[in-house]
Design a protein around this ligand. Structure first.
Ligand code: NAD
Length: 243
């Protein structure tokens, strides 16, 4: 694995969950992290962490994303981590849910990619990691239509970019986690009305017998950042769910 120390990494949705764990994992690998999130209060908790610069950034805004990238300057690695999970099959999925899922899960990644790609192409060197999930083109779970449809597009985005940019020095990979412990996962368990039963049901579909930890996914992101012969791949990390 290539040394990524000194590399500049921009991470979206870095205030909690997998994004936050990735901030710490990249710092441990010697990278310089620009941790961004819409949640200013949570992001502030990272202030003062060596190797980390924080910046409030709403990835739904093209203007904000372009401004941030212009002000930051060099970005070697972009980790597109922001995303949203909504419930419902297509029949009970409001159109606005699918529109929002596409905006945050897909367009936000495209926005950030379009902002950083010109400088990466100039240097003929860049690494992009897109957060997808196994609930995408890999497999599906009931009641997650907007999520599955939009995250399948992330896989398509990743493959399409690899086809267009591998010979120009850009590597693009997607990460497909199964269920990972995070604040939003806990919210989803609470929303069922029976936190413990929901937790048990989620664990039951994991052959490995437990939920994944954000740090395990963060380590995969760091690996991909240094995996110089890997591009266009869909890296599954799901405790054997889709084995
Ligand atoms: P999370 O859902 O708990 O946190 C998401 C973060 O995104 C929050 O800090 C929030 O403030 C930030 N955010 C929301 N809207 C934003 C915006 N417009 N601009 C910038 N930041 C914004 O974290 P998580 O569960 O670790 O999920 C992170 C990513 O991993 C998502 O893309 C999710 O789809 C994906 N994922 C999660 C799981 C899981 O089980 N947790 C599984 C597979 C994939």
């Amino acid at each position: 694995m290539a040394d990524i120390s000194g590399k500049i990494v921009l991470i979206t949705a870095a205030a909690q969950g997998i994004g936050l764990a990735s901030v710490h994992a990249f710092v441990k690998a010697g990278a310089k992290v620009i941790a961004t999130d819409i949640n200013a209060a949570k992001l502030k908790e990272l202030d003062g962490t060596p190797g980390v610069t924080t910046r409030v950034l709403n990835v739904l805004s093209t203007e904000e994303v372009n401004k941030a990238v212009a002000e930051i300057g060099r970005i070697d690695i972009l980790f597109n981590c922001a995303g949203v999970v909504q419930s419902g099959s297509i029949m009970d999925m409001p159109d606005k849910d699918l529109e929002f899922a596409f905006d945050l899960n897909v367009w936000a990644q495209i926005r950030a990619i379009k902002a950083v790609l010109p400088q990466m192409l100039e240097r003929k060197d860049g690494c992009i990691i897109n957060m997808a999930t196994v609930a995408s083109s890999v497999t599906a779970v009931p009641n997650r239509a907007a999520y599955t449809i939009s995250k399948a597009a992330v896989v398509g985005l990743t493959k399409s970019m690899a086809a267009d940019y591998t010979d120009k020095g850009i590597r693009v990979n997607a990460i497909c986690p199964g269920t990972v412990e995070s604040p939003s996962l806990h919210e989803r368990w609470h929303a069922t009305g029976d936190f413990e039963a929901a937790k048990k049901a989620f664990i039951a579909r994991q052959p490995i017998g437990r939920i994944g930890q954000p740090e395990e996914v963060a380590d995969l992101a760091v690996y991909l950042a240094g995996a110089t012969y890997t591009t266009g791949q869909v890296q599954i990390i799901d405790g054997g769910w889709t084995a």
